[in-house]
Design a protein around this ligand. Structure first.
Ligand code: DGI
Ligand code: FE
Ligand code: FE
Length: 193
């Protein structure tokens, strides 16, 4: 399937406003990839597919997650986290994407993880700051994204964690670990002058 066929098929599975978000993530991910040295074509492909399963019924997402054999501890946490893993699974199965870097950028776009690749960071950050996003702190993330991919992504995770805390929601531990990992990287960079 070529890029346009994939786009059309993804678009058919979501409301128009979510497709507008996806188009924003594509544009932002390509520009972040160019700035920070990830492959822009891979960033765009991961962006097209990142929310492919977002509007599937929760029961369907759950079934695919279990079928994938890679649910891990996700079933114990917010179903909002599932679409990223389901997206990676169906990107391979239904869209023929074999590129592991692209699949991982889809898989980890919501939770983040320890040891994120530049491509994973780019897609995750683009998801936070695409032009259509509006939430408290998003402009600061956009400003920081010009200077530091890692610092901007920390601010993104901070906004999610702050939101979850304010609403008394559980926090998926990997999001905290992903944030800590980025801060450790930044501290190391600062030490090395
Ligand atoms: O799919 P999007 O809306 O574009 O964005 P996303 O993939 O980052 O989804 C984030 C949603 O997941 C957001 O509504 C918050 C929710 N969520 C619930 N618990 C957690 C969480 N997100 C993260 N990163 N970590 C959590 O523990
Ligand atoms: Fe998402
Ligand atoms: Fe998204």
């Amino acid at each position: 399937m070529d890029r346009n066929a994939i786009s059309e098929r993804v678009r058919a599975q979501m409301p128009e406003r979510r497709w507008a978000h996806t188009a924003g993530v594509m544009e932002t991910a390509v520009s972040l990839a160019e700035r920070y040295g990830a492959d822009p074509a891979k960033a765009e492909l991961a962006a097209i597919l990142h929310d492919v399963a977002k509007y599937w019924k929760i029961e369907d997402q759950k079934r695919e997650l279990i079928e994938s054999g890679e649910a891990g501890d996700l079933l114990e946490y917010d179903p909002q986290l599932w679409h990223a893993h389901v997206g990676a699974y169906v990107a391979r199965r239904d869209y023929g994407i074999e590129d592991q870097e692209v699949l991982d950028a889809i898989r980890w776009h919501t939770s983040g993880r320890i040891g994120m690749t530049t491509l994973e960071k780019v897609v995750c950050l683009a998801d936070y700051m695409e032009p259509g996003r509006e939430f408290p702190g998003v402009d600061r993330i956009r400003e920081e994204a010009v200077r530091s991919l890692d610092r901007a992504l920390v601010l993104g995770f901070d906004s999610t964690i702050t939101f979850l805390l304010a609403n008394g929601r559980p926090i998926y531990p990997l999001t905290v670990l992903a944030r800590n990992d980025l801060i450790r990287l930044l501290d190391k960079e600062a030490d090395n002058g």
